[in-house]
Write a protein that binds this ligand. Structure first.
Ligand code: DAH
Length: 339
């Protein structure tokens, strides 16, 4: 009997387990309510008196050994499960964290906003799906006006017309309808034109519109703001205004900046002239003010509009407008260092 218990102690000491289930089976086998120890303690009565002391001690040793083993194995398994199962190998080197980058259109848009914020322009937005009034009529482009053909339009519905806005000038109208002068706002946004896609043109692109309305605003004010903008944006300080035509401004002009002729690219993009056209602008036509319930005898103002893609292409020397929309990470990755 005593030998049997000693043998069991040996078994307990050499026992090993790799799962929690094995440990639990071991515990039940030795320590459970119908376990070996229970049986052995029951037999204690039948043992000869002179052997009782040794037998009792041996039983206690067996119980301690079994309890110790269960505790030891449980702890060991708990640690390995945590390390391997939940956290993996805690000593391995960490994975590099892949950071994304802002899209170049967003980078340039944010810079434009920031430059104009500094001189008091707020940011305003309008819907991409517009009605005829805000995109055309209020901007001095009544029905059958030939200048409507300057921008090929995607119509959604006819009579009354619903369309995808062809320019952000529509936001001017909305802003003037809802705000009293003085007004200083820029409106960045997406615009749509029914045009063939090429390296220079896309049917979806982005513009920023600028609007300033107050008493006694002059063309000289416009020129100063444009000069400030080109200095801040491109670091270039020579601009020229060429007379042009837009139905919503009178007089109207196109703004060129002197880009220079230092590199071969400069020659190519300026067609050998050194000058680059970057936006349209002008004094807001009194008819437009009237359409938006602003008294043109009291107030005057200027407006301007530019394409964000064009500015991004110039700043980062991007040769093809389609690159902005292809989502090629090899292209997008290059803007990681810019905020
Ligand atoms: N809306 C014009 C376009 O898309 C750009 C423009 C020109 C906006 C002159 C203006 C402006 O506000 O005054 O071509």
């Amino acid at each position: 009997m005593l030998d049997k218990v000693k043998e069991l102690i040996g078994d307990v000491q050499t026992f090993q387990a790799t799962t929690k289930e094995e440990v639990e089976a071991f515990r039940i086998k030795y320590l459970g309510s119908k376990g070996l120890l229970k049986g052995l303690f029951a037999e204690f009565r039948n043992v000869d008196d002179e052997l009782k002391k040794d037998f009792g001690q041996a039983l206690n040793n067996l119980r301690n050994a079994a309890e110790g083993k269960v505790a030891e194995l449980k702890e060991a398994l708990e640690n390995t499960v945590e390390e391997k199962g939940v956290y993996g190998d805690l000593t391995r080197p960490s994975e590099p964290i892949e950071l994304g980058s802002r899209h170049p259109i967003s980078i340039v848009k944010n810079r434009i906003i920031e430059v104009f914020n500094r001189i008091g322009f707020t940011v305003s937005e309008g819907p991409e799906i517009e009605d005829d009034w805000h995109n055309f009529t209020a901007l001095n482009l009544p029905e059958y006006h030939p200048a409507r053909d300057m921008q090929d339009t995607f119509f959604i519905e006819k009579n009354p017309d619903t369309l995808l806005r062809t320019h952000t000038s529509s936001v001017q109208v909305r802003y003037m309808e809802n705000n009293e002068p003085p007004i200083r706002t820029i409106s960045p946004g997406r615009v749509f034109r029914n045009e063939d896609i090429s390296a220079r043109a896309h049917c979806i692109f982005h513009q920023v519109e600028g609007l300033y309305i107050d008493t006694d605003v002059s063309f000289a004010d416009l020129k100063q703001v444009l000069l400030y903008f080109t200095k801040e944006m491109f670091g270039k300080s020579k601009i020229r205004l060429r007379p042009s035509y837009f139905p919503f401004t009178e007089p109207s002009a196109e703004v060129d900046i002197y880009w220079g002729l230092e590199t071969e690219t400069d020659y190519r993009i300026t067609k050998g002239t050194g000058w680059l056209e970057i936006m349209g602008c002008g004094m807001v036509d009194p008819n437009v003010l009237k359409n938006c319930n602003i008294d043109p005898t009291k107030y005057s103002g200027y407006a301007f509009g530019m394409g964000i893609e064009r500015i991004a292409m110039l700043l980062y020397q991007i040769p093809d407008i389609r690159m902005f929309y292809e989502n090629d990470v090899r292209f997008l990755e290059q803007f990681k260092s810019v905020i």
